[in-house]
Design a protein around this ligand. Structure first.
Ligand SMILES: [Fe+2]
Length: 241
């Protein structure tokens, strides 16, 4: 860093790139001021006790701040919004009188709560046909909500994630409801880095409709067990790399 000092002005130059302020930030400042003046933020903050326990260390107002920011931002996905927000997380949360951005996975759990339905964590490993972990494999999931409806206009209950270096993945969502003509299922595309895309569906054990659904395959049934706050499912994928 170079510092030039003049009697009235300090000029500092820094070799690192400084990320530009997102264009939607000014609009957010106006909105947060408006909501503060109208007492809306205080009213939401009163819900804190309801949110605790389910939301962990965060309060409902933290999630509301994120969702307001996302709605205003026009960023294509929540992930894109989080990425854009990262350098400005402190000032952003300060607009709402808060200091910590909720973790991405905590937000997923919160949204599952908002959606209603039974929580489910689907986890497992993506392996290559050579039985090696497909590190960084892409998994793209979509399924119906608690009423059996797909979000065909936005991205609710649709999203992708990446397996970690050991090929492990973890999806936190809700159990999809059945819709006419199909048994209960979760759609998924899986792709090892540089490999072809596998498009398939995951099924639930013990569903009455499994036998009547022509698309159903027994080898695609997840292991599902009941846990304290919903269900935990496991499924391992094997894909070409
Ligand atoms: Fe479907």
């Amino acid at each position: 860093m170079t510092t030039v000092t003049a009697p009235l002005v300090d000029i500092q130059t820094c070799p690192q790139d400084v990320p530009s302020v997102p264009p939607w930030f000014a609009e957010l400042i106006l909105l947060s001021h408006h909501l503060t003046q109208r007492g809306v933020l205080d009213a939401i903050a009163q819900q804190v006790r309801l949110g605790r326990g389910r939301a962990g260390i965060y309060d409902v107002i933290d999630f509301v701040a994120i969702l307001l920011g996302y709605a205003l931002s026009s960023e294509p996905t929540l992930d894109a919004f989080f990425e854009r927000l990262r350098p400005f997380a402190g000032p952003f949360m300060a607009l709402f009188g808060r200091d910590q951005v909720p973790h991405r996975s905590t937000l997923s759990r919160f949204l599952a709560d908002v959606d209603g339905g039974t929580k489910i964590v689907v986890a497992g490993i993506v392996l290559t046909t050579a039985c090696r972990p497909a590190a960084g494999a892409l998994l793209d999931f979509w399924h119906t909500d608690d009423n059996g409806d797909y979000d065909n206009e936005g991205y609710r209950l649709r999203g992708h994630l990446f397996a970690d270096a050991t090929g492990a993945y973890r999806l936190e969502t809700i159990v999809p409801a059945v819709y006419p003509g199909r048994t209960r299922h979760i759609h998924v595309k899986v792709q090892a880095e540089g490999g072809p895309v596998l498009t398939t569906q995951l099924y639930f054990p013990g569903e009455a409709e499994n036998e009547r659904d022509d698309l159903f395959h027994a080898e695609l049934v997840m292991n599902v067990r009941n846990v304290a706050d919903g269900k935990a499912a496991t499924f391992n994928f094997v894909v070409a790399a």
